[in-house]
Write a protein that binds this ligand. Structure first.
Ligand SMILES: Nc1ncnc2c1ncn2[C@@H]1O[C@H](COP(=O)(O)OP(=O)(O)O)[C@@H](O)[C@H]1O
Ligand SMILES: [Mg+2]
Length: 294
């Protein structure tokens, strides 16, 4: 039987579960499968449970209910041994929101070496991993620089290199672009896309930016601790009403097309990229002009 890289069955998590009165149900009855090599964006309003899900996948948290199967290893509320947790963390890495909280050394290459050094990776192998990781994120020329002098996007790329040096098969980005300027966001999403395309890395990208989510091949929308939508960007962004109900927007172009459709204009559903939206509107105008409608 072909198994999935990540599988959740009726997965639930509550904070403060010891005292029932203050327990916060952060996730409830999550069932999903994720295969190796997928590029998934996770969307959801603040407090919907996205970070909790990421922390369960990385075993920072242990499920309260249901089961989670990570690369064939079943995790229940009993948790796993430290050795088993360690094995999973090598395979599923995380990059967080604030780049300043993730960099520990005073020189870029030492920072990247920190994780694998702690794993006991031998000297030569360590050198190779650090060089490769820095090359992958396009930061080779900054190897000897001080991290605190870098831009936000560069810092995040160093943080990604630090995770890559552990040689994971999956990286979870928990709003890793949220604190960056547009250029930094672009640098970091480009790295995600390249890792997925060139190394078949499984990428889970938690983001608030619809345009970034549209670059993934699948989008999972979480609302109030449950999965609301799960499909291709086209499918998800066409579900305008549920998205709005979950407090989310659609990409601006998709929203414009939706509103024009509501007014009765004959436009296709499911345009997500700027290119698709402008093409659709252009075709409509051209048709009307050819028919002398405008
Ligand atoms: N450490 C914590 N203790 C108690 N409740 C928490 C904690 N972290 C998150 N929560 C609550 O769990 C729910 C989900 O939070 P979170 O997973 O951080 O959502 P998101 O990442 O989508 O913003 C929210 O109601 C939040 O207030
Ligand atoms: Mg969060």
């Amino acid at each position: 039987m072909a198994s999935h890289f990540i599988e959740a069955r009726g997965l639930g998590f509550s904070y403060d579960a010891e005292s029932e009165s203050d327990a916060v149900v952060a996730l409830d009855d999550i069932s999903l499968t994720i295969d190796e090599g997928e590029y998934i964006a996770i969307l959801g309003h603040n407090g919907s449970g996205k970070s909790t899900l990421a922390k369960l996948f990385n075993l920072i948290l242990t499920p309260s209910r249901g089961e989670l199967i990570l690369d064939g290893k079943t995790v229940t509320s009993e948790g796993l041994s430290d050795d088993e947790i360690y094995e999973i963390r090598k395979k599923i890495g995380m990059v967080f929101q604030n780049p300043d909280n993730q960099l520990v050394a005073t020189v870029v290459e030492e920072d990247v070496a920190f994780g694998p050094e702690n794993l006991g990776v031998p000297r030569e192998e360590l050198r190779r991993r650090v060089d490769e990781a820095l090359a992958t994120v396009g930061m080779t020329e900054y190897a000897r620089h001080a991290p605190h002098k870098l831009s936000g996007g560069q810092k995040q790329r160093v943080a990604i290199a630090g995770v890559l040096a552990m040689m994971p098969r999956c990286i979870i980005f928990d709003e890793s672009t949220a604190m960056l300027d547009p250029l930094g966001r672009r640098e970091v999403t480009d790295v995600m896309e390249r890792l997925n395309r060139e190394q078949n890395m499984t990428v889970l990208h938690i983001t608030h930016y619809m345009e970034e989510a549209a670059r993934a091949s699948r989008i999972i929308v979480i609302s109030d601790g449950k999965i609301l939508l799960d499909g291709t960007p086209k499918e998800v962004f066409s579900s305008v009403e549920p998205l709005l109900a979950a407090g989310l927007e659609t990409p601006q172009g998709t929203e414009l097309i939706h509103e024009l459709r509501m007014l009765g204009f004959d436009l296709p559903k499911g345009c997500t990229t700027v290119g698709e939206c402008t093409d659709a509107i252009f075709s409509l105008f051209k048709e009307k002009k050819d028919n002398n409608d405008v």
